[in-house]
Structures are given as C-alpha cells and as structure tokens.
Design a protein around this ligand. Structure first.
Ligand SMILES: Cc1cc2nc3c(=O)[nH]c(=O)nc-3n(C[C@H](O)[C@H](O)[C@H](O)COP(=O)(O)OP(=O)(O)OC[C@H]3O[C@@H](n4cnc5c(N)ncnc54)[C@H](O)[C@@H]3O)c2cc1C
Ligand SMILES: *[C@@H]1O[C@H](CO)[C@@H](O)[C@H](O)[C@H]1NC(C)=O
Ligand SMILES: *[C@@H]1O[C@H](CO)[C@@H](O)[C@H](O)[C@H]1NC(C)=O
Ligand SMILES: *[C@@H]1O[C@H](CO)[C@@H](O)[C@H](O)[C@H]1NC(C)=O
Ligand SMILES: *[C@@H]1O[C@H](CO)[C@@H](O)[C@H](O)[C@H]1NC(C)=O
Ligand SMILES: *[C@@H]1O[C@H](CO)[C@@H](O)[C@H](O)[C@H]1NC(C)=O
Ligand SMILES: *[C@@H]1O[C@H](CO)[C@@H](O)[C@H](O)[C@H]1NC(C)=O
Length: 532
C-alpha cells in the first residue's frame, strides 16, 4: 500500500500541474500521461509526435487529402499518435480525457471537410497508418482488415489470393477502410452487392473507457451504428471482418463519351429512366464536366459513361440495345478483362503494384457536396445545369452520377444507418478543385458550388434534402462548439440518416453518454435533448 505521505505528494503534484496552463505544459503532461498509462513507455515514445519532433509535419501532411486543410492557418494537433499496439490507443483515449483534449481519428484522411485531422478546440490525432494488416481467407470468402489499410491495398491483397473474389468498395484506391466502412462506401458493384458496410460481419472497437470489444461484446446496437453512422462518434474502430463477394473470371468495361453536339442532354435524360432498372450486373455511372470542344476555342459539356458489367461483350451489347439504344454502344467500345484489371483500367494504372502506392502527392484543394435524385431531371433542368459549368468558379468542376436500384431496392432503410435505399434513382457527387492558395480563390469556387447546389434544389430529394455522410459537407449544418445538442444536430442528422438518426443518438447515449468522441457533425447524446 502507498504510504500516506507519498499519496499526499502525488495530490500536490497533480494540483500544481493542473494550474499550469501553457500549451507547452499541456503537451508535456499529456505525453507523460501516455507514458505512464501504456505498458511499455519506450515503445509508445516511438509513435508520439509533438510539434518539436522533426517529423511532426510530414506525419501530419502524409494523409491530408485536401490542401484546403493544409495551410499555416489550419489548426494543428498537440500531438499525433501513430499507434502500433492496442495499448497505445487506449492510452491516447484515457489521457485525452484527463487533459481535456479532443481526439480526431484518422484512417487515410479523405474526409471532405478534414474532420479526421482538424479541430477548432485543442486536440490530438490518432492516426491509424500503422494499423493496416489484411488477412484474406479464400476458403471462407472473408477477410480481416485493419482500419488504416486503404481500398487499393485491399483490392491488391484479394487479387493476390483469388481471381474470383472481390469487394464492393469505392473507386479511389487511397480511401481508407476506417472511414469508408464506417460511413457506407460504394463503387461499381453497388447494385449487385450493396454498400461496403452491408458486407461487414464483425469489427473490433475501443470505447471511451479504453475497452476493446468485438461484435459479440459490443452488442448489435453499436455494431449497427458503426456500419454507416460514421465511426468518429463511437470509438476507435481497429479492424473489420468483411464478406468477400464472388466476381466472374471476366467482366466487361466501357467508357463512352457524349458531348452536347452528340446529344448528351437527351442521352443523360434517358439514362435517368433506365440506369437504376437495368440488370444488377451492370453499374453504369456518368461523369459530367466541361471540356474543350473540337471547334477551336470553344468548349462543351462531356458526359462520360463508364461501366463495369459482370458478363461478356455479347450479353452487354444485347442488354444495351434492348434498354438503352440511345447510347449507341459498339463492340469496339467494350473490353473483356479480369475484375482486378477493370479496377486498374478506370484508374489508368498499368500495374497492380500501383494500388499499393501511398505516396501520390495531393496538389489541389476542393469542396464537394452530394444529392440523391428520386425523379428524372427534365431536359430543361439539365440544360440549366450545363450553363452553370460555364460560370466563373466552375473551372475543373465535376459531377459524378451513380445509379441505385438492384439490391439497394431490397434492403430496408433501417438495416444500417445509411437510409437512402429504394426510391432513389441515383446519387450525385459535386466537386470543384482549385490549385492556388488564398481566401479569394477558395471563396470563388466555394460560392460557385453553393450556387450549383441551390440551382439543383427543385430537382433532388426533399424533406429532408438527403446527403451522404461519406461526402461530408459542413454547409448542411454543424454542432455547437463545445457540446452537441440533439436539436442542433438534427438539422444535419436527418439529412444524412433520416429516421435512423434517432437510433444513432440512442446508441451514442449508451456508449458515450458524456460525448467525448465528438466533432462538427458527430452524433449527439440524448442527454443533450433539452438543449438548444
Ligand atoms: C478522392 C476521393 C474519392 C472517393 N471515392 C469514393 C467512392 O468511390 N465511394 C465512396 O463511397 N466514397 C468515396 N469517397 C469518400 C470516402 O468514402 C470518405 O471520405 C471516407 O470517410 C474516407 O475514409 P478515410 O479513412 O480515408 O478518411 P478519414 O478522413 O481518415 O476519416 C473519415 C471520417 O471517419 C472517421 N474515422 C476514420 N477512421 C476511423 C476509425 N478507425 N474509427 C473511428 N472513426 C474513424 C474520421 O474521424 C472521420 O470523421 C471518396 C473520397 C475522396 C477524397
Ligand atoms: C503488458 O504487456 C505484456 C506483454 O506485452 C502483456 O502480457 C500484459 O498484459 C500487458 N499489461 C497491461 C496492463 O496492458
Ligand atoms: C518495450 O518496447 C521496446 C521497443 O519496442 C522493446 O524493445 C522491449 O522489448 C519492450 N519491453 C517489454 C517489456 O515489452
Ligand atoms: C518526439 O520527441 C520526444 C521528445 O524529444 C521523444 O521522446 C520522442 O521519442 C519523439 N518521437 C518520435 C516518434 O521520435
Ligand atoms: C441527335 O438527335 C437527333 C434527333 O433527336 C438526330 O437526328 C441526330 O442524328 C443526333 N445526333 C447525333 C450526333 O447522334
Ligand atoms: C483547352 O483549351 C485551353 C485554351 O483554349 C487550353 O489552355 C487548355 O489546355 C485546353 N485543355 C485541354 C484539356 O486540352
Ligand atoms: C508512386 O506514385 C508517385 C506519383 O505518381 C510516383 O512519383 C512514385 O514513383 C510512385 N512510387 C512507386 C513506388 O511506384
């Protein structure tokens, strides 16, 4: 037992240190706390970076995927912890609470609003870059994958083991598993196999008290919440067990361009009527943007139709002639290949190894938003949209349309937190990039995309105007600073989650009632229900 005298001195030291409030002191105390809470202080010291560590900046920057949040004026964390062991994460969670710091959890940093590495209150980043093991079990058709791995690594590892297994995830290889699975996730296989989160069968999470749970121990409520409700409100998710899905030995891809001169307006209009009703073996998306026209010094709008089809060329041609002859798909537009090659084809990669390349430097800032479309946009609506692409601020802007239907119509809205299932024709992602730094440039593009968003209002989902949480957009509402009220959070919450928002708030109240895991759009605890 501790003698009383030394107990007393501990209390005194604790009091003294709590009165010193300089930033440097907080750093030191926090780091001391990490050392004392973790089992092996020499091992945790290798994964804690404070501002005086020479590699602090490069570690922070490595996973910043939007230069809008990389400037000198962006708030920086007190410390970055790149845990290698569970106890490092437990120490970070406990010590952050003791020292009044917020935690931001980062898997691969693609959050559109930088929430995984930026906060307006004092904070630390738990960066899961060292948690990225992937174990594929071909016989069982499943895999364990740690949150810090990315989609490219997952696709690569699957292709190492099997030519007939795949996973329904996103298009961009550097997107992190932690954010993707906890927010939903979709790609070309959406209509056949649903969201990435629909294919999760187990997970490991560390909660606010530092306890490590698997699916059974966390219970079905929390397991439900982390498959689409956003991970950051509930704890640090370490790893996921996913169900791999069968893919045929050959798939067919095509990419067909139609400009306004080639009747793009009519063809896009028709696409809206058919794309979500086609056989679920085809995912036919559209990328819309402004391009130089063949006439000198003029530009036009291009609709680039891109598709992966689970079948051969003959079948595909037949399917398109029957349902979508306006696209005028020709045999020579189509290529048969293995599923993994189709992934590389759309990325423009020449080898599978490129999927493993994490050092692809980011060169632009961007702002993005999302919408769901439930009724076809009339041709005049599309024409007005084309005009927007000619406005000042629209340079480089993209709209990506991806059809729903297929299995999405069969999964109930309450199955996971992602409520945008049947009734949706397609999802839209709007984005606008810019290269130069500076407030005015940023404002020009941000106000353009906001004008575009208001232009689209009559044509998209209503009451609420729905949004996809993985296309995070702080314009649709943010929590109060400091505490999160249910009322304030409902403004953005029902847009992302519809009625599932209430169940998410219930789960949050159960697992993190005092709202330690929070950010601008984290799920509120119901303890805040009376507040404004
Ligand atoms: C270029 C680009 C392409 C994209 N393409 C697609 C696409 O094709 N399909 C699609 O569905 N989405 C796509 N997205 C969106 C993407 O799914 C989300 O941005 C996703 O949240 C990114 O995950 P991340 O781990 O990289 O991001 P992070 O910024 O690390 O995390 C995103 C959010 O999840 C939280 N989080 C991350 N890891 C954990 C964890 N382990 N435990 C708890 N919380 C965690 C973070 O705190 C943050 O709030 C794309 C995004 C970009 C930038
Ligand atoms: C400390 O580490 C050892 C070996 O790594 C482990 O067996 C033990 O359970 C750990 N103790 C705590 C308190 O984490
Ligand atoms: C503590 O960590 C260091 C560095 O990782 C390692 O060399 C050492 O063996 C560890 N000690 C214990 C007791 O686990
Ligand atoms: C960062 O600096 C501290 C103090 O100088 C040191 O103890 C720690 O090991 C450094 N971190 C890393 C990852 O090198
Ligand atoms: C565009 O459509 C019109 C009729 O709707 C047709 O006459 C014309 O040939 C089409 N143009 C192209 C390039 O397909
Ligand atoms: C489009 O044209 C402009 C000038 O008219 C030129 O600067 C630009 O590089 C062209 N873009 C492409 C992709 O060819
Ligand atoms: C990774 O990609 C970058 C940018 O495209 C390139 O410069 C680098 O050589 C690549 N690294 C590897 C190992 O292929």
């Amino acid at each position: 037992m501790m003698p009383l005298s030394s107990f007393f001195s501990v209390v005194v030291i604790a009091l003294v240190s709590s009165f010193t409030s300089s930033a440097v002191k907080t750093d030191e105390n926090f780091v001391q706390c990490l050392y004392s809470y973790s089992n092996n202080s020499s091992s945790i010291s290798k994964v804690v970076y404070i501002k005086t560590n020479s590699s602090y900046s490069s570690i922070l920057k490595f996973s910043i995927q939007n230069l809008r949040f990389a400037s000198n004026s962006t708030p920086k964390p007190f410390a970055i912890i790149t845990p290698k062991e569970v106890c490092h994460i437990q120490a970070a969670i406990i010590c952050s609470q003791h020292h009044g710091l917020q935690i931001r959890i980062r898997s691969a940093g693609h959050d559109f609003e930088g929430l995984s590495y930026v906060s307006k209150v004092p904070f630390v980043v738990v960066d899961l870059i060292n948690f990225r093991e992937i174990e594929i079990d071909v016989k069982k058709g499943s895999a364990w994958i740690q949150s810090g791995a990315n989609i490219g690594e997952l696709y690569y590892m699957i292709s190492e083991k099997s030519k007939t297994l795949g996973f329904p995830a996103g298009f961009c290889p550097t997107v992190g598993i932690g954010g993707l699975l906890s927010g939903g996730g979709y790609g070309f296989m959406l209509r056949k196999y649903g969201l990435s989160a629909d294919n999760v069968i187990d997970a490991h999470i560390i909660d606010v008290k530092g306890r490590l749970f698997d699916r059974e121990a966390m219970g079905e409520d929390l397991f439900w919440a982390i498959r689409g409700g956003g991970g950051a409100s509930f704890g640090v998710i370490l790893a996921w067990k996913i169900k791999l899905v069968p893919v045929p030995p050959t798939v067919t891809v095509f990419r067909v361009s139609k400009t306004l001169e080639q009747n793009a307006t009519k063809i896009v209009h028709k696409w809206q009527l058919v794309a979500s009703k086609l056989d679920e073996n085809i995912g036919l998306g559209i990328l819309l943007h402004r391009v130089n026209s063949s006439k000198k010094d003029e530009s036009t709008i291009e609709a680039l139709f891109q598709s992966t089809f689970f079948g051969g060329i003959d079948q595909l041609i037949h399917l398109m002639q029957e349902n979508f002859p306006e696209l005028d798909l020709k045999r020579e537009d189509c290529i048969e290949m293995a599923w993994i090659e189709s992934v590389l084809y759309f990325l423009g990669f020449s080898s599978r190894e490129a999927l493993l390349n994490r050092s692809q430097p980011i060169t632009d800032s961007f702002k993005a938003k999302s919408d769901f479309v439930m009724n076809p946009i009339p041709e005049f609506g599309l024409e007005g949209l084309w005009h927007m692409f000619y406005e000042d601020g629209a340079e480089g802007a993209l709209m990506e349309l991806f059809p729903f239907g297929g299995i999405m119509d069969k999964i109930p809205d309450s199955e996971t937190p992602f409520p945008h299932r049947s009734g949706n024709l397609y999802i839209i992602r709007y984005s606008v990039p810019w290269l130069q730094e500076g407030y005015e440039i940023a404002q020009k593009h941000m106000s353009w995309i906001r004008r575009l968003y208001s232009y689209m209002e009559p044509f998209v989902s209503k009451s609420p105007r729905a949004a996809y949480v993985n296309y995070r957009d702080l314009d649709i509402g943010i929590n109060n600073k400091g505490y999160t009220s249910y009322k304030k959070a409902s403004i953005w919450g029902f847009k992302y989650f519809k009625n599932n928002f209430n169940r998410l708030a219930y789960v949050k109240t159960k697992v993190d009632p005092l709202n330690f895991f929070r950010n601008e759009q984290s799920i509120p605890s119901l303890l805040s229900k009376g507040r404004n």
